[in-house]
Ligand binder design. Structure first.
Ligand SMILES: Cc1cc2nc3c(=O)[nH]c(=O)nc-3n(C[C@H](O)[C@H](O)[C@H](O)COP(=O)(O)OP(=O)(O)OC[C@H]3O[C@@H](n4cnc5c(N)ncnc54)[C@H](O)[C@@H]3O)c2cc1C
Ligand code: FES
Length: 275
């Protein structure tokens, strides 16, 4: 019998150590009848299970335009039981995948706009999916600015893609770390402070941010001060989840379910729930 909760079997086909505690897993679905996977959107997520250990949500971290049919990528930060079990896996091991779930980024709303991506740490994962999507459809969007922060240079994810991003037409990449370190030639300072200094235009622009709650909290007032309207600020929300399908009631903020109505929201939708 078909069950919504039954995961599809997938095999790990690649593992990249991004930082000391973050790995990117490339996965190929073994059950090719799981057709919906072939049509995921940037900003959606999957429920990822390790047999005998449990299940947790992870966003799809690369653009559907860059993945072969039936393949996905997820970047996982090691913080607890399941993520440790994931980090212990090798190429060839099998895992379970349910999804894709969630709304994804409002790509149509972003067309013909200047895009300002703001990320902190592993928060770059869902944004990378959208950044690469926009770069692959470059003529549909105006200028692209990426501000990416991490605690130290060693904590910056997707470093081997920066050159490609820098060279893309009308695209700027700004990197920042919290403290000065030897041989670090980019910026130093927390993301909201650097954003204030860069002061990007709000005209015809949409800001898309993802990162730790503290980064989101202090970045939002800067964006409002720069003149971004509430519906032109888009953020992803995270919360403990169970079903991922809007059925168990675990992930609500006010009347919204993060798994079903999100995880992507504009600021007007969630401003009363961000503290
Ligand atoms: C929609 C969505 C997308 C996500 N995408 C990614 C992703 O791309 N990469 C990634 O590394 N992680 C992502 N996460 C977070 C990921 O699901 C958790 O890190 C994972 O569930 C932790 O499982 P664990 O068993 O290793 O840790 P646990 O043992 O469950 O928890 C360890 C510690 O982390 C805290 N914690 C657990 N889950 C969360 C959470 N969601 N938010 C804040 N704190 C938490 C716990 O309270 C505890 O203190 C996402 C979460 C959501 C809801
Ligand atoms: S995780 Fe069950 S309702 Fe969202």
């Amino acid at each position: 019998m078909n069950s919504l909760y039954l995961p599809h079997l997938a095999q790990i086909t690649g593992i990249k150590q991004e930082t000391q505690d973050i790995k990117t897993f490339k996965l190929a679905l073994l059950d090719l009848s799981a057709g919906s996977f072939f049509n995921y959107r940037p900003g959606q997520f999957v429920e990822f299970s390790v047999i005998g250990e449990g299940e947790a949500p992870f966003c799809l971290s690369n653009s559907p335009t860059r993945m072969p049919k039936g393949s996905i990528e997820c970047s996982v930060k090691k913080i607890g039981k399941l993520t440790q079990a994931l980090h212990d896996l090798d190429i060839g091991d099998r895992v379970g995948i349910r999804g894709p779930y969630g709304n994804g980024f409002p790509v149509e709303q972003l067309k013909n706009k200047n895009l300002l991506f703001i990320a902190g740490g592993i928060g770059l994962a869902p944004l990378r999916s959208l950044i690469n999507y926009c770069l692959d459809k470059r003529t549909e969007f105006k200028g692209i600015t990426i501000l990416n922060g991490a605690r130290t240079p060693k904590d910056l994810v997707y470093q081997d893609e920066y050159e490609h991003w820098r060279k893309a037409k009308d695209t700027q990449l700004h990197l920042t770390v919290d403290c000065q370190e030897e041989n670090w030639a980019c910026m130093v300072g927390v993301v909201p402070k650097i954003l204030e200094t860069l002061a990007p235009t709000c005209e015809d622009s949409v800001a898309i941010l993802c990162g730790p709650p503290v980064m989101i909290k202090y970045t939002l007032p800067v964006l409002l001060k720069l003149g971004f309207c509430e519906t032109a600020i888009i953020t992803t929300m995270e919360m403990k989840m169970k079903c991922g399908l809007g059925k168990c009631g675990r992930c609500n903020i006010g009347p919204l379910y993060i798994c079903k109505d999100g995880p992507v929201f504009n600021y007007a939708q969630v401003k009363n729930f961000i503290h």
